[in-house]
Unconditional design. Structure first.
Length: 137
């Protein structure tokens, strides 16, 4: 009876040991996964703090201004290096409306004698025609 009891105890310990071994492996795997996630989050924060640009370059794209012309449509002026692009954005599409040389200074003075239309579309059309006329000279 003593042998059967000790044999049963050894079998019970062996099964418990397998269970403990499985828990230990699960714990090591969870710890390794947590370490990898911590490293990725740390690198992400470091890149955001660094500026996020490649090789420290500043962004060459700058949104100068935008205005809504409908519920989902916008006219956006974007500066790319030394050019201004007038873009129509809406319906999942981006269309280039015009391309202008960027002014040398940031603030361009408003022209008080420029003709004003009743709507934004008319004023935009007049401004584009005026800018195209300047470029052709």
């Amino acid at each position: 009876m003593n042998e059967t009891t000790s044999s049963a105890a050894v079998d019970g310990l062996a099964q418990g040991g397998d269970s403990l071994l499985g828990l230990a492996m699960l714990g090591k795997t969870a710890a390794a996964l947590a370490l990898i996630i911590a490293i990725l989050l740390g690198l992400s924060a470091w890149l955001k703090r660094r500026g996020g640009g490649f090789h420290g370059q500043q962004s060459r794209l700058k949104v100068v201004g935008s205005t809504a012309v409908g519920q989902r449509e916008r006219v956006v002026v974007v500066q790319v290096q030394d050019r201004w692009l007038v873009l129509g954005v809406g319906g999942g599409q981006v269309n280039r409306l015009d391309s202008l040389p960027a002014p040398t200074d940031e603030a361009t003075p408003a022209q008080p004698d420029a003709p004003q239309g009743d709507s934004f579309g008319e004023r935009l059309g007049q401004a584009l025609k005026a800018n195209l006329g300047r470029r052709e000279r």
